[in-house]
Design a binder for this molecule. Structure first.
Ligand SMILES: [Zn+2]
Length: 164
């Protein structure tokens, strides 16, 4: 049985989201984040990765990024929340979404898109997650969000802070 089902989102009222089909324990792998491996050179050269569009790109290593912007990447439907219950994790060329809290059946899965504040266009991406700590925008740093050491570390810090 799949841990998720696709439903109209409570956060993104124009879009869909993924919802828990049963109670899920912290640390559970929910779904693989699938896409196409592209080289850094392709990332730099393609119009697809301009700053003015939301992008679903992960840094895999020095050479490759993973582009998850495809309709068959179901994990791409997961919405951003300022109080997310899931996060991205990965190893080698694989990326997946895992629960960072216990999640109840029927809850929408959410991730932290990890967009930074420096990028001017963040106002294009208002956040409607309705969390107490919502800052009002899905903040993004640059044209991509990245799964790298720094990103992992800052998430780790966030987890520690949340548990206090
Ligand atoms: Zn929010």
């Amino acid at each position: 049985m799949k841990l998720y089902r696709i439903k109209k989102s409570n956060i993104d009222n124009k879009g869909r989201g993924l919802y828990a089909t049963k109670n899920i324990k912290e640390g559970t792998k929910i779904i693989n984040y699938v896409g196409k491996l592209i080289t850094k050179k392709q990332t730099e050269e393609s119009d697809k990765y301009d700053n003015d569009k939301p992008i679903y790109l992960f840094t895999i290593n020095k050479r490759y990024d993973l582009d998850g912007d495809f309709s068959w990447n179901t994990a791409g439907l997961i919405n951003h929340s300022c109080n997310n219950n899931c996060d991205y994790d990965g190893k080698g060329f694989k990326i997946w979404v895992k629960a960072i809290k216990d999640i109840k059946k029927g809850e929408e899965f959410t991730c932290d898109y990890g967009f930074g504040f420096e990028y001017d266009s963040y106002k294009q991406f208002p956040c409607k997650c309705k969390s107490k700590n919502c800052c009002g925008y899905i903040i993004r740093a640059e044209s991509r969000w990245r799964l790298n050491k720094k990103f992992a570390m800052s998430n780790k810090k966030k987890l520690i802070n949340n548990s206090h």
